[in-house]
Design a protein around this ligand. Structure first.
Ligand SMILES: [Zn+2]
Ligand SMILES: [Zn+2]
Ligand SMILES: [Zn+2]
Length: 257
């Protein structure tokens, strides 16, 4: 199973429009962050988690050849606004593409993209052709088992996902403010854990770096990666300060397990 970080930034992306802070002005490519999303691939099956506003750019940059399913963590703009560009994969594959999410997330997608699902075969209209699946339990795509797990993220229904293939497991939780003891227990001992770490200061809907480290220690993954960082986080500075086995993700990073 291969995990590609398509984007590792918070909702504004980094650099932020009109900001001249050291991270936004940094020449380090690891400080350039598109909106958070990952690509999961195993045996030629490709899953994309969230369709960020940068999805088109990400699909081109990382040469995504096909999309067998889209999984949504939640319906905030930075995780859904690239959804329309999925239509290109309908054309390439000549097939409807399934999209998964919590029931509330699917309802929000139907509202935000009210034209999706309206007679996609109409000649000359290139709308995404989507089959929605409201989920709250483990399901399977190709040979990849997927388990959605709920987290608290400012009141909006939000999932993280655990992917399992050939007994290897990875968890992706980009937007999280609090994680219940039951979810932490489920994640304990996972191979790779990817978790929200927005910034050093408190935030109403995201984990701080300190809180993220505390949860990652409880989970005790073989290796851990932080994501969804804002411009307060300089990649190298945070990377150097983290405990052994914990890392800061960056756009284009590929993990193989
Ligand atoms: Zn987000
Ligand atoms: Zn900045
Ligand atoms: Zn969010």
């Amino acid at each position: 199973m291969n995990i590609t970080f398509l984007g590792t930034g918070t909702s504004s992306g980094i650099p932020i429009i009109g900001c001249d802070c050291p991270v936004c002005m940094s020449a380090n490519p690891k400080n350039k962050r598109l909106r958070s999303s990952i690509l999961v691939e195993a045996d030629g099956v490709y899953l994309v988690v969230d369709t960020a506003p940068d999805f088109r750019e990400q699909a081109l940059r990382y040469r995504i050849p096909r999309v067998d399913a889209v999984l949504f963590t939640h319906a905030h703009a930075d995780h859904v606004f690239g959804f329309d560009d999925i239509r290109r994969f309908n054309t390439i594959q000549g097939a409807r593409i399934p999209a998964y999410g919590a029931p509330e997330t699917i309802n929000d997608l139907r509202r935000i993209f009210s034209y999706i699902g309206m007679n996609p075969k109409t000649k000359g209209l290139y709308r995404p052709d989507i089959e929605y699946h409201a989920v709250d339990n483990r399901f399977k795509i190709g040979d990849i088992f997927v388990e959605p797990l709920p987290v608290e993220h400012g009141g909006i229904a939000t999932f993280g996902y655990v992917f399992e293939h050939l007994e290897k497991t990875v968890g992706y939780f980009p937007d999280c403010h609090e994680m219940s003891p039951a979810v932490i227990e489920k994640l304990r001992g996972i191979d790779i854990m990817i978790l929200d770490a927005l910034r050093y200061r408190e935030h109403r809907t995201h984990l701080t770096v300190e809180a993220s480290i505390a949860i990652l220690k409880q989970i005790g993954a073989h290796s851990s990666y932080m994501t969804h960082m804002c411009h307060d986080v300089d990649h190298d500075e945070l990377e150097d300060s983290l405990p052994t086995g914990m890392h800061v993700s960056y756009d284009g990073l590929v993990l193989t397990l």
